[in-house]
Design a protein around this ligand. Sequence first.
Ligand code: HAM
Length: 415
Amino acid sequence: MSKIQSVRGTKDYFFEDQAKFSQIVAKAKQVSERFGYNETAIPIFEFTEVFKRSLGDLSEIVNKEMYTFEDRKGQSLTLRPEFTAGVMRAIISNGLYNKLPLKLLSWGPLFRYERPQRGRMRQFHQINCEYVGSSSPFADSEVISLANMILEELGFGGKFSLEINTLGDKESRKKYYEILSEYYNKYRNDLSEYSKLRLENNPLRILDSKEAEDIKINQTAPSMLDYLTTESKKHFDRVLSQLERMQIRYNINKNIVRGLDYYSHTTFEFITKELGSQGALIAGGRYDGLMAMMGGKDCPGVGFAGGIERMVELYSYQRKEERLVSVIALNEDFYDKAYEIAHHLRKTSVNVEVEHSTNLSKALKKALERNAKYAIFIGEEEINSGKLKIKNLHSRNETKLNLEELINIVKNDEF
Ligand code: HAM
């Protein structure tokens, strides 16, 4: 029988990696609260239609990356490949229109059948923020400033840049599509196979192609910025000037067109050069037509998602100062006393381990490995006298105390 293995493109989290993961999520929650976000949890699977209608039939995700299956009733369900569509579905199904504008933060696992490589998994995790119900350019700049603040406060300052673009409104895009198709048609035979296909259904996506032959052609491609309607240009200029007021540096990058069909106006990516080819830490943009596309009311929105796996790679673990206590029984007969003491200490919120070794130096080594601050020793003498020996493993001070004194000293971290 073959060995049971993990599925390609998935990862188990333990120890420091899991601690980094939790600290990143905690930081995102803490910062987003300052902006008025509410944490929201939505299901991991949805009816397939939720993603088909929103991301677009031609998007890479819907085309070839979704984990879709039929349940026992023959209904087509899909493991969520992203949050935005699910969050919109949740607003529609719960009739939350009267609560708009809404600021919602979600985090958790997502699933895409991609070719696994560094920073690209089949099960990965995102922190996702959506600001739904405002069409103001100040909503765009506020959302971008939130993303920027999360990255700064995770300690990534100086390691990332903000790349920003606009896809304008429908009218701007229609005009630009025509111009762009005309341009690429001139180079039809020189484009990559991937881009030849895109030319038929979405020429915009050729702009973010990573194929060498396309990159060359893209250098002289017309820019969306030259085809914006007055309104779209005004919106984008406001976003940029507000970013400048907040001293958030950006580069305008016409190739940030995003892979999903629902975007309009502002699109952005926070990119790092430190993670190889999968350098987008956070990506997002405005999606004004999305809710209506999904059968809901016409309601604007803007948001972003950050890849937690990529952030874990870049993040330096912040070791928590813990007052871990190791209780060391010097004989198996004293285990009952050791567990009794551990119980009383834990009730005062102190972290306690009972070392299962009667060999003192082995037990101490284990306590040091666990980064314990205090060791409490229980031997014949301690049991008879009722005074327990406690040692501060950092300062090496030691003393003997009764249980009550000992609990107080550890609880208040005074020794
Ligand atoms: P996305 O660009 O598909 O956008 O993903 C956002 C981020 O998730 C990426 O920048 C990356 O950090 C991470 N990510 C994506 N795919 C993978 C993967 N296979 N493995 C590891 N990390 C990955 C969205 O998902 C949009 N829903 C973002 C959004 C929210 N737009 C508006 N609101």
